[in-house]
Unconditional design. Structure first.
Length: 172
């Protein structure tokens, strides 16, 4: 398999170098700008089913392996001059830049390709929907069915005791 190598993930200001990854030649390994990492770079491996982010923070080496299905989608960010195509994660530090370009047609074509290859939706960054609330695992909830939780529990009835009376017994 072929690997692409790019020296920088996001083009520095004033640079003519732009990030262009080919979605048809995965896996890809490239470096991207990371303001919190040592040397301000992180190494990204992009596969069809997973993304591996490698960086060092204060001398501590780390590698984060994230499934592609954990990403929210492919989003288009930026202004008219330079637009960026980003693989968006709920945690912004795990988002991955895919393409930086000023050509609108190229961006739209790549946006559709990346979305199809990863089977992720194309996100509009202007309209951000809140993530659905997670169902919590609660041990107490499983003790009683939900429809019974609305009902009032019945107390133990006092059984009447008849003392000093004769007992009626049915005989065959």
């Amino acid at each position: 398999m072929r690997r692409q190598t790019v020296t920088s993930g996001v083009a520095p200001a004033g640079s003519s170098r732009a990030l262009r990854l080919d979605p048809l030649s995965l896996p890809v390994r490239f470096d991207a700008h990371d303001p919190r990492a040592d040397g301000y770079t992180r190494q990204i491996e992009l596969h069809r089913e997973r993304v591996v982010l490698r960086r060092a923070v204060r001398g501590m080496q780390m590698a984060v392996n994230v499934r592609v299905s954990d990403f929210a989608g492919i989003a288009l960010r930026g202004d008219d001059e330079a637009q960026t195509l980003v693989l968006v994660h709920r945690d912004p530090s795990l988002s991955v830049p895919l393409l930086v370009s000023a050509d609108g047609d190229e961006i739209l074509e790549a946006w559709a390709m990346w979305s199809e290859i990863f089977a992720l939706p194309q996100l509009d960054e202007g309209v951000r929907k809140p993530t659905p609330r997670r169902r919590r695992c609660n041990a107490i909830r499983t003790r009683r069915p939900k429809f019974l939780m609305r009902r009032r529990t019945g107390g133990a009835r006092e059984l009447s005791v008849h003392r000093g009376e004769r007992e009626i017994i049915a005989r065959n």
